[in-house]
Each structure stands twice: as C-alpha cells, then as structure tokens.
Design a protein around this ligand. Sequence first.
Ligand SMILES: [Zn+2]
Length: 452
Amino acid sequence: MKMFLLAMLCATAGAASADADQAVVLEGARLIDGTGKAPRENSVIVLQGDRITAVGTAGKVKVPKGARVVDVHGRTIMPGLINAHGHVGLVADGKNKADAYTRENILPQLVQYEQFGVTSIMALGLNRDLGYEIRDEQRKGGIPGASLFLAGRGIGVPDAAPPVPVAPDQVYRPQTVDEAVADVREVAAHHPDMLKLWVDDIYGKFPKMKPEVFKAAIDEAHKNKIRVAAHVFYLADAKALVSAGIDALAHSIRDQPVDAELVKAMKAKGTYYVPTFTVDESAFVFAEDPAVARDPMLPQAVSGDLIQQWQGAEYKNKVANDANTPKIKAALATGMKNLKTLQDAGVHIAFGTDSGALPERIPGWGEHHELELLVRAGLSPMDAIVTATQNSAAAIKATDRGTLEPGKRADFLVLAADPTTDIRNTRQLVTVWHNGREIAPIISAAAPAPAK
Ligand SMILES: [Zn+2]
C-alpha cells in the first residue's frame, strides 16, 4: 500500500513538472499588452512555466516544438487586473467582524479575486501577522488565488481612523512620534510590501493623524525601503503627505478640486494616485440603482441574502436618512472630476477599489465596476486598463507583472469581447491565466469561439 502511494505521488509529481515544462502558445487573439499601445491583431503569446517568453504577430514568432497551442481567434487578451488597494479578512458572512482575519476566510477571498480576473491584490492595511504566513506560503507555491501583497497592519490614530471593527493586532495606533517610529520598525521586520497610513477625520467625526506622526512614519519606512500609501480625503492633507514623500495617495481627493500646486508636486515626486470610486459609490448605489443591484454577475460575488437586504425598505431608508449620504455623493462627484484633471495633467494613476473592507465593497465584482466608474469619470477604456495593469504594478513595485511582455509573469485574461470598445467587456471572461496556469473564471463568457 505504502509503495503504491509513493508510486502515485512520484507519478503525479512527474506529470506536474512535465506540464510546467511544456510551452503554451495562445494564437490569434487581439492583444492589449497593458502599456497603452494600440492592440495587436492576430497575436501570439508564448508561455513557459509561469512566464511569458515571447509576444508578437502570428507567423512571425517562433513557436517552440511540442508546445500546447490554444486557438484564441476572436478573443481579446489583456493583463490580469492588479488591485493596488483592496483588503482580505475583514468581512465574514456579509458583516465586518473583528475575528474575520482567519486563514479559512482569507483563502476563499483570494480565490474569488482570481476567478474574477484580479490576479494580484495589495491588502492595504488591517492585516494580522497571519497575513505574512499566507503570503510567504503562497509565494512558495502552496496557496491558490490572487497573488497577495501586504501593507501589514498600517498606522492609524487612537480612537479614530480607521473606524472599523478590527482586532488590536490589525492596526497600530501610535500616540507619539516615537511610538510611530517603533511601530514602523516592528512592521519592517516582517518585510511588508508597503505601509499604510490613515490621514482623515471621517467627515469631521474624529481627530486626524498629526503631521509630525505621519512624517516620522514615512521617513522611517523609507529608511527601511518600504513604500508608503495614505488614506486621504482632503486636498490640504494630500499636499502635506506628498511633500512628506508619500508614495501613493490611496483614495480620491474629495473635498475640493485639485490644483496646479498638487499636480506639480505629484509629478515632481512621481506620486501615484489611486481613486477608489467604489468607496464612495458603494455607500448608496445598491439602494438607489436597481440596474447595479440586479447585475447578473453580483450573485457570483456576494450572498443572495445581502443583495436582497440591499433592495429592502430598511436598507434603502437607512441610506436615504444617513446625514453622510449627500456628502458622500458630493465627494464622489468631486473625486471623479479630480481624476480627469490629474490624468490629463500626466499624474500616475493606479487602480484600487477598497474591496473587502466592507460588505458593499465586493472582491472581484468591484474591480470590474470600478473600471466602469473610471471611464464614467472621463478616462478612455484603454487608459482605465493601463491604470489597472501596468500602473498598479508600478505603484506597488510588483515589476514582474502588469504588462504582457517577454520575462513578465503569465498573468492575463482571455475575453470574449474587446474592452477597449466597451469597458464592460472586461466582464466577458473566457479564461484567467495566472502564473502560467489556466483558471476557470467564476462566470464564463465562453460561448463557442466565434468563427474565424
Ligand atoms: Zn482600504
């Protein structure tokens, strides 16, 4: 019996490595490479293991002998989505819970992101140390789902932002500069992929982080070669953060129009801007827009109970009577205008949703919806795609992905329709490829391939 098992294990291992050695060629698709270049018609993309080895036009690229050839005529290929601001382990059973940051809860969330075509996710703060174990195990090949990047716990404010029910070991809340420096040193020992700060009074409800605290945290993080992203709302705070060397503003500026001073500073420092319209819109859209609440893709991402609840009178009244709702709508409108201004001015825009932070910010579904919101704000579909691929990779310094070029990770989506003509076509997933492996999407748009 033992011998038999051993033989089986060996056979399985042999088969897996033979598989990994076999090159894969996807032939015939329209290819969007994530750089913003015009799509390439009738493309060929060659994969070996988890990497892309060649990209070109069919007939002009040498196809390795013995390769598995996949016919993708009529399809469009684009890089996998990279969410530079999401979360894991904060919501369980449709609710925010202080005990939700568990392995049992996080692993299915990573799978959900991946099945919607989000191949990498930066969990931007509120991570327990368990996150590092999961990340490191995943990097050794042990855990499926979207590639997890971590901004550790993050630095908040005592009894203030972030006002979410999390366990004490999910966020630092330093009182002083010295405590903030000590917290950054502690997090540095875990080798986070980024650090998160919260600089906001949450519609006037709480005291904000003091500038000397965020300056000290940013300086200490940079001494440890850690990039820093900040939750932000106000233009004045954004300016102070950019001047202090923040690497990314992790939400829209929503109190007033951005100005030339901010644009100049962000361009000079190469600061990234991550709008996350989902944060604002998700506070009211399910109560107010039946087309969104009845989106056929929604039940694949969130429970039917929750969708039903959002369409019920109690929830609708709660949203309608919340004194913050008009403020949030105004904030969203300002944020949308600011994105267009910053994009036109040439500021680096990356992509995020804050998915996973609250039940209404929905992993996987939210990323496709956010792309639509970017286009509604005035970005071209191609620009929206570039923010969610090349630019997000750069924002989180995941330089091995984000574009479809030789040497990059084989992370891409095969779509039944072209998202540069209608951004909603990112939802037309036929297959998701992640680290060179083919994954079935959560809903397949795979009607039979169109005739050649
Ligand atoms: Zn967040």
